[in-house]
Design a protein around this ligand. Structure first.
Ligand code: MG
Length: 251
């Protein structure tokens, strides 16, 4: 009986060690490499090719209510929300790829293994955010990608809409840093996805999240020393522009 108890404890500890390692999320894909660019399909493929747990990307809805992948709200003086998708997707990224539609992006993602960490940008009205969330969820469902998705946003409205509409247990993380772990739990978030400085100011939030069964993600951490500080505190995910540096630090 005593032996069995010891075996159980040992298995539990091994499980904690092997599953407890901080995971890497490539911020806007792995773009700091040849032939890549932020939020390009190439960056998604490259993040997958180096074994990242996930690849983050940004989504906007155009004037004609199409979803596209880009970070900035304005492209060459044109607001994405006030411009048609046809015009936006004519624009080329620095690697000569055209700005991808969400559909094109997810189609490539379907061929890969990396998790698709979709950030919905804060839009001009709650109504537009709700519509964008509905369209995203519908597209993901039709492409059978539901178990590959995680959703993030700075907009609390968008977060609540994702939580309301995604299949149960789909991870949804809030980015803005102004809610405590307890408040995140209450609204149904999977955890905190906060800026590095927020955790520096509130290091106890990492432990509190763990105690509440919430995950911790941190952005955007590019220096080895900062990565070490966070890994020592056992955060679940680090979002970085330097996935190769993080791989080295984790070794
Ligand atoms: Mg982003």
């Amino acid at each position: 009986m005593k032996k069995l108890f010891l075996v159980c404890i040992l298995s539990f500890l091994i499980c904690r060690i092997t599953t407890g390692q901080t995971q890497i999320i490539a911020h806007r894909g792995f773009w700091k490499t040849e032939g890549s660019a932020e939020n390009s399909i190439a960056a998604l493929v490259k993040a997958d090719s180096i074994g990242c747990y996930g690849s983050e990307f940004d989504v906007w809805m155009t004037k004609d209510e199409k979803l596209i992948v880009n970070h900035d709200p304005v492209i060459y003086g044109k607001s994405i929300q006030q411009t048609s998708a046809r015009r936006i997707t004519r624009t080329k990224l620095s690697n000569k790829e055209r700005i991808p539609t969400l559909e094109q992006y997810l189609l490539k993602g379907k061929e890969l293994k990396t998790k698709l960490i979709l950030e919905l940008k804060a839009h001009s009205s709650p109504k537009r955010e709700t519509l964008a969330v509905e369209k995203i969820i519908e597209m993901v469902k039709s492409m059978e990608l539901e178990d590959r998705m995680e959703y993030i946003s700075f907009s609390l409205h968008a977060i609540k809409e994702f939580i309301r509409l995604v299949p149960k247990d789909t991870p949804v993380f809030y980015l803005n840093g102004d809610l405590s772990p307890k408040e995140l739990k209450e609204i149904g978030c999977a955890g905190a996805d906060y800026h590095f400085n927020i955790y520096k100011k509130n290091p106890e939030w990492i432990t509190e999240c763990r105690q509440l069964g919430l995950k911790t993600n941190v952005w955007t951490v590019n220096k080895a020393n900062d990565m070490k500080w966070l890994i020592d505190r056992k955060v679940d995910f680090i979002t970085t522009n330097e996935p190769l540096v993080l791989q080295q630090v984790l070794k």
